[in-house]
Write a protein that binds this ligand. Structure first.
Ligand code: ZN
Length: 155
């Protein structure tokens, strides 16, 4: 709606004329003023404009989505922002990996109690060797691998 009757949410908030080639217009519709207000509050309009200009056009919508997500997380959690959410999820992964390792060990014990002649399905040495891998899983940066390299996280 750039240059039309109603300016985009960004230009409306910044009280400026919405030009035909307004970089914000495709992403910040006038009917959703909160979306721009929050990224402007956290990152500043000129920084957002610069960030979008440095990106190829087809990646801008995803960049806006992630900026909005990060801004909301930052407002909700002023200390950790979205790192707080990532850390929480990494801890959950770590806990679940531990529970899985314990459950697999219990299954092994039960199998061996029920039938000691049963061929061992999991080599205990191998299993123990795998343990540090389970434990180090959460500290590896699997979750935060360069998001720009992915095609799209939001569609
Ligand atoms: Zn505009």
């Amino acid at each position: 709606m750039a240059g039309g009757s109603s300016p985009c949410a960004s230009c409306k908030l910044l009280r400026r004329r919405c030009a035909k080639d307004c970089i914000f217009a495709p992403f910040f519709r006038p009917d959703d003023p909160h979306k721009f207000a929050i990224v402007h509050k956290v990152f500043g309009a000129s920084n957002i404009s610069k960030m979008l200009q440095e990106l190829p056009v087809h990646q801008r919508a995803d960049a806006v989505s992630s900026l909005v997500y990060e801004a909301n997380a930052r407002v909700r959690d002023p200390v950790y922002g979205c790192v707080g959410a990532i850390s929480y999820l990494q801890n959950q992964v770590s806990d679940l990996q531990m529970q899985l390792a314990v459950a697999q060990a219990e299954i092994l014990c039960i199998q061996m109690q029920q039938d000691p002649t049963l061929p061992i399905q999991i080599d205990p040495n191998n299993f123990n060797n795998n343990l540090p891998q389970y434990l180090s899983f959460a500290s590896s940066s699997n979750v935060i691998q360069d998001p720009l390299k992915r095609e799209s996280l939001w569609t």
